[in-house]
Design a protein. Sequence first.
Length: 303
Amino acid sequence: MSLDRYRRPRLIVLHPRSTTYEAARAMADNHVGAVLVVEDQRLVGIATDRDLALDVAAAGLDPRTTFLRDVMSDEVTPVDIDDTIQDVVRVMRTHACRRVPVLEEGRPVGIVSLDDLLIERAIDIDTARSIITAQLEVAARFKPAGATSPGAVPQGRGGERARQRRAARAENTYGRLLHACMRQTGLATREQAERALLIVLGNLCSRLTEDEAQHLLAQLPSKLVPQLDATIGGSDKSITPDTIEAELRRALQLSPEAATDVLYATCEVIADSVSAGEIEDVRSELPAAMKDLFPPMPYRRAG
């Protein structure tokens, strides 16, 4: 039996550059828990109400300036309109998800949710339990992968799948940040962009108080934290734009003019990756000579 009954006459679809506020409004207005993210008529991700709650609200991000591309799951696995309920269940179990997009000739035409399957009694209670358990086993700050609640002992192979899924998502988020850094700075390689980002962020974290440095890193990809942990908490007053530019020149073999451009471009990427409120908090702790690295609103993000 095909999945034709899950075809939706009106599918909620947004662009990667749509804001998370727009996504939240679309979910509220249409009484749905997820939106599909499409670019050039191609499915590139899915964003759920859980993503908005945990990755935007809990992280202190501004929903009006945070894009879907920064919080969506871009490893979404769809099914074809001619597939079966069994194919949907396999995807839900393997990828620890409760919603699966349906494609026809490569274009999204519907979505199947775990709620749909339960309401229609398309699956039994044991199957539903296995899907819910796979999702609950995704790692969290105080819960290891494979455990279904904080303090619980991880069970089975589902936890390993969830851990791998979370690691892949973290890598994708970090990759998007490095790509933005390459684009903005004009640096030719991912390695150069990563080096520039670590130099600039490392100096900022050393210049800020420990609390503010931790708040800044909390809004950036998690892969940055272990690389910058040693720089936190210095409040080092010797750090200036000139000292950061000098480090960039040495590390990347740049001219003085190019180092200045890379510094300001990297700061722009950082500003575009966190909330406006967080950037204002960072500016408030920086000396006058460094405040220009992050121009205040409305001049920032004018484009």
